[in-house]
Design a binder for this molecule. Structure first.
Ligand SMILES: Cc1ncc(COP(=O)(O)O)c(C=O)c1O
Length: 370
């Protein structure tokens, strides 16, 4: 007889990692493989950040600061708010999971647009809450009007991913503001802004102002993308003190390790250089999007660090083959069927060299299969 696990376990969707089968992340990092499957930064962390990590490493006999005091202070200064309104976490994923734990239960409802970030279905599966997935509109954007219609007295949580992963599409802060005015106050709205730095429509601080009017709003940010720190796992929420207390209550006290705290604190001191990197990603975005159009494929209007491209009328049939052809050329992208969009492909921007390899392999694969 084998051990028995709880019933919900079998319904929890597993996370499919972006590295190719049979490889470790270290293999990929040290190889010629263009890892364009996880929306990471192609740049290594800034030198000063690496130095801060090395210097913090000398104190690893101590537990990290459970309150991430220095990092929360720096973040509060940056966003012109108080540290009590900032919850730092082991990646922004940790906040999502903790929010599920703190807000959801059987009988509760969770509303989100789909396709969106692949972790969202996990929140419903883990809590037993009912999930309502609202299809994106024909421009691959969140349909806020349709989402509002799904909110009931049982709704506890609404997730809006902006820019959206996997489509890259963006809703203006003014649209989010109108939406929030119509969401009942008992509903927590998490605005997942993992890619906010890459959009060119609003100042990334504009959504922060919405917190003054909506205590039920949570903004999720991360150091994994624009700040090149995905490997250290550090993200944060800008939120009400009540939300911070709730997520703190359901997770372990030392979730953000000391290296991550030191690295993120240092990275915040180099905003100008981070901004230069963001701009170079945007330049690459314009180039890659235009080349994809040249190949004859349609993309969603991305404001993130990746493209979401349709493989055309027979996309669902050729998707697997195209992904395999890209892999054979040493380029790893994400097939849309794993992300809720069969017939599409999500590819992050890498170095110009890697992107050239991707574009060449894509053009060849599309020529061979359409
Ligand atoms: C929309 C979105 N939110 C959150 C995350 C998680 O980021 P973190 O590395 O901070 O856990 C990701 C990562 O890909 C993402 O795409």
């Amino acid at each position: 007889m084998s051990v028995r696990f709880n019933k919900k376990l079998s319904s929890i969707p597993g996370y499919t990692p972006g590295v190719p089968k049979g490889h470790s992340a270290e293999d990929v990092a040290g190889s010629e493989i263009a890892q364009l499957a996880s929306n990471e930064s192609p740049f290594p962390p800034l030198e000063e950040v690496v130095e801060a990590i090395c210097s913090a490493a000398a104190s690893m006999n101590r537990y990290p600061d459970p309150d991430a005091t220095t990092l929360r202070r720096r973040l509060a200064e940056r966003h012109e708010t108080e540290p009590a309104r900032i919850a730092v976490a082991n990646g922004s994923c940790e906040i999502l999971l903790a929010a599920g734990e703190a807000l959801l239960e059987p009988g509760a409802e969770l509303v989100y647009g789909w396709p969106a970030f692949s972790m969202y279905p996990q929140l419903a599966a883990m809590s037993g809450a009912r999930e309502i997935r609202v299809p994106l509109d024909r421009d691959e954007k969140h349909d806020l009007e349709a989402m509002l219609e799904e909110i009931t007295a049982a709704t506890q949580l609404v997730l809006v991913c902006n820019p959206n992963n996997p489509t890259g599409t963006y809703l203006r802060v003014s649209e989010i503001a109108d939406f929030l005015k119509r969401v009942p106050e008992h509903v927590t709205v998490i605005l997942d802004e993992a890619y906010i730095e890459f959009q060119q429509y609003d100042d990334p601080e504009d959504s922060v102002d919405l917190l003054d009017w909506h205590p039920n709003l949570v903004l999720l940010r991360t150091f994994s993308k624009a700040y090149s720190l995905a490997g250290l796992r550090v993200g944060y929420a800008l939120c009400s003190p009540a939300f911070k207390a709730a997520v703190d209550a359901v997770r372990q006290p030392f979730s953000v390790n000391a290296l991550a705290q030191a690295a993120a604190t240092e990275a915040l001191r180099h905003g100008d250089r981070i901004q230069e990197r963001i701009e170079s990603v945007i330049v690459e975005r314009v180039r890659v999007e235009s080349e994809i159009a040249g190949i004859g494929l349609k993309t969603a209007e991305t404001q993130a660090n990746f493209s979401w491209l349709s493989l055309g009328d027979n996309g669902t049939e050729i998707e697997q083959q195209v992904v395999a052809d890209l892999a054979a050329a040493g380029v790893v992208g994400r097939p849309g069927r794993l992300l809720g969009g069969p017939g599409w492909l999500r590819v992050s921007y890498g170095t110009a060299d890697q992107d050239d390899r991707f574009l060449e392999a894509l053009s060849r694969a599309v020529g061979d299969h359409t």
